[in-house]
Design a protein around this ligand. Structure first.
Ligand code: SF4
Length: 397
């Protein structure tokens, strides 16, 4: 490890606080487009891979201190977003991701039966439950390589997106590869974000997945961006990769024209029957290094501590929040892996003085929303506040 973290010392200054938590200002161009709530997309700093490696290798306490400083400059302080992820189509996937229970290649050994796409109403019922319990983002995952030949299924998903957005929740989907036209249809239906992980570095990727290429992932991310949808893209640690691959993943994100609005960090949950079933648990040290490095390099992104969280103690999770994580998945399950529930997670946040982030609080996410949808959300919020005020008991003299 480097004893003088040259780049770390100035990281907080270098990371441009473009999405600092202040009221967004519309650019002239955006005003002309009539998108008056938008902010200019944050410009990414031109990191080199060596700089990011130096940050990753810094003494852990220095690294966390700097990450926490960058976090405070760029993100709502002491706030964590609660998201719920529901599988709307389980198993039978044509891809061969070596970590995943849903690949048809591992189905026999895993013992997971493929299911059909869920109907709209049960999904909306799950979203309502998630909202009532405190989640502000609802994500829906379908185990598909792409939407090719799935027009009826896609139409159903568009209805799900419309229904969840009408609840004023942030709505996200992960459906495999998208064409630019499909991305535009999702945008029209009100989709807030699309998840499409790069998983690991470009070099290590072929050791994890052989049925698709890194550049195909980037093409879908480009289609999502072009449609004006927030990008959620991150990776998994514990796949057997080197630290240089973790740095490589973060470097790839830093090279995108616009930083992803959300960067999920998953700690591998080794699933019996998958090729990675024997992999060992990611250490807290490794986890913290990934989160903190991502926070410094991607200051405006929500850093999402995703799969594997329940295998870390509460204090270890609190360290992750200190290092810059500001979103978690909570609820009954997270796709095919277990997660902790709402009550447990909200109690944990309360013990550490952390508040739940509201929906559409991140300026970079709001910047991608249409003014019409945001106005409708604002209107409903005002109505709810007025109804709550009217129902409150009158103050006594
Ligand atoms: S991770 Fe996604 S794309 Fe890969 S096998 Fe699982 S469901 Fe399919």
């Amino acid at each position: 490890m480097s004893s003088v973290p040259r780049f770390l010392a100035t990281a907080a200054r270098q990371a441009r606080p473009a999405a600092r938590y202040t009221a967004p200002t519309a650019s002239l161009q955006q005003q002309r487009r009539g998108n008056a709530t938008a902010v200019d997309p944050p410009r990414q700093k031109a990191w080199t891979r060596e700089e990011i490696q130096e940050i990753y290798d810094a003494p852990l306490m220095d690294l966390i201190f700097q990450a926490a400083s960058v976090h405070r400059l760029n993100q709502p302080r002491n706030e964590v977003q609660l998201a719920t992820l529901l599988n709307i189509k389980t198993g039978g996937c044509a891809e061969d991701c070596s970590y995943c229970a849903q690949s048809s290649k591992h189905a026999k050994k895993v013992g997971l039966k493929a299911e059909k796409l869920t109907e709209v109403e049960p999904v909306l019922a799950e979203a309502r439950k998630a909202k009532a319990n405190g989640s502000t983002r609802f994500c829906m995952g379908a185990a598909w390589r792409s939407l090719e030949g799935r027009k009826r299924g896609f139409d159903r998903i568009l209805k799900m997106v419309e229904g969840v957005r009408a609840m004023d929740m942030e709505v996200c989907t992960t459906l495999g590869m998208l064409t630019p036209e499909q991305a535009q249809q999702l945008k029209k239906a009100g989709l807030t974000a699309y998840n499409h992980n790069l998983d690991t570095s470009r070099e290590y990727y072929p050791k994890v997945v052989t049925t698709r290429k890194y550049d195909e992932r980037l093409e879908t991310i480009e289609a999502v961006r072009a449609a004006g949808i927030s990008v959620c893209s991150g990776g998994i640690i514990g796949l057997g990769e080197e630290t240089t691959d973790r740095v490589g993943l973060i470097y790839e994100m830093s090279q995108l024209p616009e930083a992803p609005e959300s960067f999920p960090v998953n700690a591998l949950v080794p699933i019996p029957g998958t090729p990675l079933e024997e992999n060992t648990r990611v250490t807290v040290n490794e986890l913290l290094r990934c989160i903190a490095t991502a926070r410094i390099v991607l200051p405006t992104s929500i850093i999402r501590f995703a799969a594997g969280r329940i295998s870390y103690t509460e204090s270890e999770q609190a360290m992750c929040f200190m290092a810059g994580a500001n979103a978690i998945f909570t609820g009954e399950r997270m796709l095919t892996t277990p997660t902790s529930g709402w009550d447990e997670d909200i109690s944990m946040l309360n013990r550490w003085g952390l508040r739940q982030m509201k929906s559409f609080e991140s300026p970079t996410v709001v910047a991608k929303e249409t003014p019409e949808l945001m106005a409708a959300t604002e209107g409903r919020r005002l109505e709810e506040a007025a109804a709550a005020a009217a129902a409150a008991p009158a103050p006594t003299a």
